[in-house]
Design a protein around this ligand. Structure first.
Ligand code: SF4
Length: 302
């Protein structure tokens, strides 16, 4: 059997899932810890032969697949040459219209502008990248290992190479004390990068923070130490509103395409921004009991 991928974007639900690496090499973001939580504590790299063997097996199961996704968190850590070798092989086997992967901004930054073009020539045509926040202080606090300028620069390289950019934003990452800085700086990076997609998620504090009931989000330590105050559900929706108010109107698809969002707006920024804002305003104007019911029903989940 081909090896199973642990995490993929919801938009890749129909894609072939091809695992080049396991887990996350960085594995330091305070808000994450997700791979260890899901049973992949260590990072490892698969061989090109192993991956090609998976591709051969997949070709018997779904020979006409048109989209594919490489995992896990940062498959470019396999190295440029093996990554491109696998991408070319995959494209020779399947009639692919789209090949995507997650990528850390710092890994792309290390590769450089010319190697990003090499990725495009090998057939990569969309990258899912965790911006999380455009606020330098927030990124530093959460040990994301990237700067706002780095994300903007890398997004420009990707676009120049013809690779679509899908940026992920985490509402709540600034906590209750820094949410406005978090959101306004995030909007600034998005306005500069003009990605093809912006995808919204909400900070997920898994575990109960007791330290005794199994795996829990590393951020609980900061919460107990008083260095991070979690955002309220209502504040999270206000963050979404502020983000939309602060964004320009490029041809970017904006989507709350994850179950853990309290309000699921989606649309093109250059066409649907006002409608999305109206939907958020309408939600915020609901009676408190109705909003509380939504917050309780959504809960936290991956
Ligand atoms: S957010 Fe991404 S880079 Fe950070 S630890 Fe989690 S998987 Fe790794």
């Amino acid at each position: 059997m081909p090896e199973m991928l642990v995490i993929r974007p919801p938009s890749e639900w129909r894609s072939l899932l091809v695992r080049l690496t396991r887990g996350c090499k960085w594995n330091r973001c305070r808000f994450c810890g997700i791979y260890p939580h899901l049973g992949v504590p260590d990072f490892s790299v698969r061989t090109v032969d192993e991956v090609k063997h998976d591709i051969d097996l997949l070709s018997r199961l779904r020979p006409s697949a048109e989209t594919a996704f490489f995992g896990d968190a940062d498959p470019l850590e396999i190295g440029l040459a093996p990554f491109c070798d696998i991408a070319r092989y995959l494209r020779s086997v399947f009639p692919l219209k789209r090949l995507t992967c997650y990528a850390r901004a710092s890994t792309l930054s290390r590769l450089g502008r010319e190697d990003v073009k090499t990725l495009a020539r090998a057939g990569l045509n969309r990258v899912h990248m965790g911006l999380e926040s455009g606020d330098a202080r927030t990124l530093q606090f959460h040990r994301k290992g990237q700067s706002p300028a780095m994300v903007t620069r890398v997004a420009a390289w990707l676009k120049e190479a013809g690779i679509e950019v899908s940026l992920y934003v985490l509402l709540g990452l600034g906590g209750r004390d820094h949410w406005q800085e978090h959101i306004t700086a995030t909007a600034k990076v998005i306005n500069a990068a003009e990605p093809e997609f912006v995808r919204i998620r909400r900070l997920w504090l898994y575990g109960d923070g007791s330290g005794i009931a199994g795996a829990e989000c590393p951020l609980w330590r900061e919460i107990h130490a008083g260095t991070f105050v979690p955002q309220t559900p209502e504040g999270t929706v206000q963050e979404l509103r502020l983000l939309l108010v602060s964004l320009d109107e490029p041809a970017t698809f904006f989507a709350c395409d994850h179950e853990n969002n309290y309000v699921h707006v989606s649309g093109m920024l250059n066409e649907d921004r006002q409608e999305m804002l109206a939907e958020i305003e309408a939600f915020l104007a609901l009676p408190t009991e109705q909003k509380e019911a939504r917050y309780a029903a959504v809960g936290s989940r991956i």
